[in-house]
Structure formats: structure tokens, C-alpha cells
Design a protein around this ligand. Structure first.
Ligand SMILES: [Zn+2]
Ligand SMILES: [Zn+2]
Length: 277
């Protein structure tokens, strides 16, 4: 198993109370060559709730700073304890279009190997996970989502663009959505990623609950490849040790089916191609 480049530990508000050392032990058991720890930093709520005059709730978690500092310190300390595994220090930074200066400061942290850029929320809206879709104009919501992902792609303070179709993940009738009207903006996202020498990920988080749902699906991975995309990472987005490397062989098969002969890891923000056997 080559890699799992998007994982969460106890530093993430929604992660299981499991340490980096526990993840390393499991990764070595699985024979993973590369694992990145990428705890959540919702940068639009980087400081504690009191800073914003707000109250922490299930929907609105704060203090991404604590996760960022705690995760980077623990991963950096554990790097030397790895045997066969290469442990990469990362962060999953959400909503960075809202705080570009802070995003640049975090991206420059010398401990980081990679930053995953995510859109979990539109400005002034909760995470897509918490939306009440019954009251939403779904086509407009999807259009707004991809526009926001394009704005993120146009920034320079990330290495891997996260779960491209996250904004559709929790739709009640996800399978019925026709992506055709959004292909122009999706292609623009792909062209932007490619021009910047950055990567997209094939995120297998959905495989826990569905036979075949991935973010994005195979046709979009193939489209990225056919537009010239060569940097692809694979990830489970595991929030629990039991899902580390989960169904990773199928993700590797999908990468091959899309035309990839190599996958990508980042060290100190520099992409390295790793041949896919
Ligand atoms: Zn995410
Ligand atoms: Zn994640």
C-alpha cells in the first residue's frame, strides 16, 4: 500500500481519541509507505470562540489554532520513531479564501510537508454536513460550491485540493445530480491545479458507508488526467485507526483506471512522483 495522505487524530474536533503513535503502529502493520497526518484547521474559526464573541456548538467548532499547534508538534516529535513508514506532517485547512493572510502564515510553517485545502462551508453558512437540504436551491448551491472551490484553487497556500465533490456528499439524492452544467467550472479548477503544479486527491472516505462512492468519482479523476493532471494523491480521510488504508487497493485500481502510472507525495510542499506498481 503506497499512501494514505489525509488522516485525522485526536487533535481534530471530530477525530477519535487516538494518538499519532497509534496510527504509525497501524500504518507499519499495513505496510503503508507514506502517511500524512492532516488534522482539521477551520481557518475562519482559528481562534477560540471568545475571540469572535461566539459560543462553541456542534455546528460551530473553534480554536483551529490549538489543533494546528498540537498536531504539528506531535507529528514532528514522532517522525523519528518510524521504521518502514515515512510520516508526513500536514494540515487540512478549511475556508482559506476567507483568511488569505493567515493561510499564508500557516503554509510557511517549516514543520509542514503538505497542506490540504478544503471547502467545507460557504461564507456565513454551516458545513455542508449540517445543511437542511429541504430548504435549499440545490443547483444554485452546487454552483456556489464549485465557484468557491475555484477561488480556493486560485490561491497558492495549499498543495492538495481536497474531496472535489464534498458539496454534493450529503445531498439527499446525490446519485441523481447531473454534473454536466458544472463541467466548465470543474475543468477550470483542474486547469488551475495543473498550472500551479499542485494535486487533487482521490478521497475514499465514502467507501465506509457505500459500495463505491468516492470524492470525486472515477469519471472526474479520468477527466483531470486527460486534461494533463499528473499529481494525484490517495486518501481514506480516516478519523479512526480502523479506517487507515481502508479499501486502499480499490483506490489504487481507480487511479490506474483513470490513466495514472504514478501517485504523488509532498515533502516540504514539493511534489514527488511515486510509481504505481
Ligand atoms: Zn475535509
Ligand atoms: Zn479530512
Amino acid at each position: 500500500m503506497l499512501m494514505d495522505l489525509h488522516t485525522h487524530t485526536h487533535h481534530s474536533f471530530d477525530g477519535m481519541p487516538q494518538s499519532v503513535a497509534e496510527r504509525i503502529a497501524r500504518a507499519e502493520e499495513l505496510g503503508l509507505r507514506y502517511m500524512a497526518v492532516t488534522d482539521h484547521v477551520e481557518i475562519n474559526r482559528f481562534y477560540p470562540a471568545a475571540y469572535y464573541g461566539a459560543v462553541e456548538t456542534e455546528v460551530w467548532n473553534y480554536d483551529g489554532q490549538r489543533a494546528f499547534e498540537g498536531s504539528l508538534a506531535e507529528v514532528t516529535a514522532e517522525k523519528s520513531g518510524c521504521k518502514s513508514l515515512t510520516l508526513l506532517c500536514g494540515a487540512e485547512i478549511g475556508q482559506m479564501t476567507q483568511c488569505p493572510d493567515l493561510a499564508a502564515k500557516l503554509y510557511a510553517d517549516p514543520r509542514l510537508d503538505l497542506v490540504i485545502g478544503s471547502v467545507h462551508e460557504l461564507p456565513r453558512r454551516p458545513d455542508f454536513y449540517f445543511l437542511d437540504y429541504a430548504g435549499e436551491d440545490i443547483p444554485a448551491l452546487i454552483a456556489d460550491y464549485f465557484s468557491e472551490v475555484l477561488r480556493l484553487a486560485q490561491m497558492d497556500t495549499w498543495d492538495i485540493l481536497a474531496h472535489l465533490t464534498y458539496g454534493l456528499r450529503y445531498l439527499p439524492d446525490r446519485a441523481a445530480v447531473d454534473l454536466t452544467p458544472y463541467l466548465p467550472v470543474i475543468d477550470e479548477i483542474f486547469r488551475t491545479v495543473i498550472a500551479k503544479g499542485k494535486a487533487i486527491e482521490l478521497n475514499g472516505s465514502g467507501l465506509k458507508n457505500s459500495p463505491e462512492y468516492t470524492d470525486p468519482a472515477l469519471p472526474l479523476i479520468r477527466r483531470y488526467h486527460d486534461l494533463g493532471g499528473r499529481y494525484l494523491t490517495l486518501s481514506t480521510d480516516a478519523h479512526d485507526t480502523k479506517y487507515l488504508g481502508f479499501r486502499m487497493n480499490e483506490l489504487e485500481d481507480m487511479a490506474r483506471a483513470a490513466g495514472f502510472s504514478a501517485l504523488t507525495v509532498f515533502r516540504k510542499h514539493q511534489p514527488e512522483l511515486i510509481p504505481l506498481p
